[in-house]
Design a protein around this ligand. Structure first.
Ligand SMILES: [Zn+2]
Length: 416
């Protein structure tokens, strides 16, 4: 590492050209690589946050030391006191023995990140972005979002007394838009796509001096999301799971999970990486389909899983690099499989996940169907958001029962 570490002991490193930038400055994409970015391809120049790992190791000889200090030596902020007062992360990991009426012959763990304050995984990124803004004098944070990142930013900012501006495509699900307004953020629906909202928010940042939370564009989004890896390692009693099934849209959550485990690898706390399975909908497979291709091609997304409906994955290049380096796997599932998985998950575990999260479970079911899961292995499914966030998505697979008169006879007729 050539640059001197700043007081927070971190630098930014471009995942494409390898240039390093001082952590003292607020920067987004690598200025050198991003100059030639176009709207038709995933951006180059996404930055990674790196630490002086030998120094971190000296200060924290084991995982428990890191945990006791809230992992502050692995975060790009000065103090954990800058983080929101809400409980972000520390979500439950449930181990289940059955899927429906069938016993599973491997260990299956469900990481329920719908238990975050705004009911999605995105709070992990928003919390870190909000803390950074607090420490660096930004009063307003702007984000473009299909819903979850925006509602997350709005809620986290409400808890910190910060102003949030959220730019969304106007067709985002009503529950997420309602959340944004209830949290007191300024909601800006645009007549256009997520990609257009994304570009507008970047222009707003440079025009008005607002801090930008856009996924991947702000390197702290990946960095905040990595905390789930530390939790998984802890909850699995200091072991690395064999496979982690992750729903993928922009590729930021999956990169965050890689980054968290890679930090632990660089600190010699773990000696192997998990196999991470990128799960996409067949109707929005722009990330996994392009991994082996030389030229990026877009097929317009139409999946009902709005959180992972992405045409240009913002963190494609980093995700591809991680997957190639650490033997990542990919699977696509149909929207019907996603809805089926959502229903099965709800009925048999009591966890009602939004379609994107159910996609990850559908990915696991597909692996299980193909006998690709070793007996005695540890498998984690990332449930990244609550089903209550998008009730419309499941409206087609449920039927509301008709009303009865409040008589026992009528009730009896329902149970012949
Ligand atoms: Zn670069």
């Amino acid at each position: 590492m050539s640059l001197t570490m700043n007081r927070n002991r971190f630098i930014y490193k471009c995942t494409d050209c390898g240039r390093e930038y001082n952590g003292r400055d607020t920067i987004y994409l690598c200025p050198s690589c991003s100059a030639a970015n176009t709207a038709a391809e995933p951006p180059s120049g996404v930055l990674n946050v790196l630490y002086d790992y030998p120094d971190v190791q000296k200060r924290n000889p084991d995982f428990d030391c890191l945990k006791k200090s809230g992992f502050i030596d692995l975060l790009p902020i000065a103090s954990v006191k800058s983080l929101p007062p809400l409980r972000v992360g520390s979500t439950p990991l449930y181990t289940v023995n059955n899927i429906g009426s069938e016993k599973v012959d491997f260990r299956l763990h469900l990481k329920d990140d719908s238990q975050n304050p705004t009911w999605s995984f995105k709070d992990r990124a928003s919390a870190l972005v909000s803390a950074y803004a607090r420490e660096n004098g930004f009063e307003t944070i702007v984000a473009a979002s299909t819903g979850n990142a925006g509602s997350s930013l709005a809620g986290i900012c409400a808890s910190q007394g910060q102003r949030a501006v959220v730019i969304v495509p106007e067709k985002a699900p009503l529950a997420k838009l309602t959340q944004i307004i209830m949290y007191g953020a300024t909601l800006v629906p645009v007549k256009g796509t997520y990609d257009e909202a994304f570009d507008l928010s970047i222009r707003a940042s440079s025009e008005f001096g607002w801090y930008n939370r856009n996924t991947a564009y702000n390197p702290l989004t990946t960095e905040g999301k990595k905390t789930v890896s530390f939790e998984l390692y802890d909850q699995l009693k200091y072991s690395v799971p064999d496979r982690i099934f992750v729903p993928v849209g922009d590729g930021v959550i999956i990169s965050g999970i890689y980054k968290g485990f890679e930090d632990l690898l660089l600190l010699n706390i773990i000696d192997r990486m998990p196999v991470i399975v990128a799960v996409q909908s067949e109707k929005s497979d722009n990330l996994v389909r392009n991994i082996p291709l030389k030229k990026f091609t877009v097929i317009p997304s139409s999946t009902l899983a709005d959180s992972i409906s992405v045409d240009i994955p913002r963190n494609f290049l980093m995700t591809r690099r991680y997957m190639q380096k650490y033997g990542g796997e990919a699977v696509t599932v149909t929207d019907e499989e996603i809805l089926g998985a959502s229903s099965l998950l709800s009925r048999t575990t009591g966890l009602f996940a939004e379609p994107a999260a159910s996609a990850a479970f559908a990915g696991l079911l597909s692996y299980r169907h193909d006998n690709r899961i070793r007996e005695d292995s540890d498998n984690v499914v990332m449930l990244t958001g609550s089903g209550l966030k998008d009730l419309k998505a499941v409206s087609g697979i449920i039927s509301m029962p008709r009303s009865i008169y409040p008589s026992v006879d009528e009730l009896r007729s329902l149970f012949p």
